[in-house]
Design a protein around this ligand. Structure first.
Ligand code: F3S
Length: 69
């Protein structure tokens, strides 16, 4: 049984490294400054859980939270 995940970007921590967007383009959007936010309400579609964890672990600013619901 897969858990339901949500991703969240802390805008105060994000410095626009964009690794999240490179690793999980389905889950993140970049604004005009190159800073990320979660796509939609952050819900991780089934099958993309690994990408959510990968993005979290690769953000140099530790700006990404993965929330298990
Ligand atoms: Fe920001 Fe981290 Fe992505 S700094 S652009 S949330 S890799």
């Amino acid at each position: 049984m897969a858990e339901r995940l949500k991703v969240h970007v802390d805008p105060d921590k994000c410095q626009g490294h964009a690794r999240c967007k490179a690793l999980a383009p389905e889950l993140f959007e970049l604004d005009e400054y190159g800073n990320a936010r979660e796509a939609g309400d952050g819900t991780v579609p089934p099958g993309l859980e690994d990408k959510a964890w990968l993005a979290k672990s690769n953000c140099p600013e530790i700006a990404i939270d993965v929330i298990e619901e």
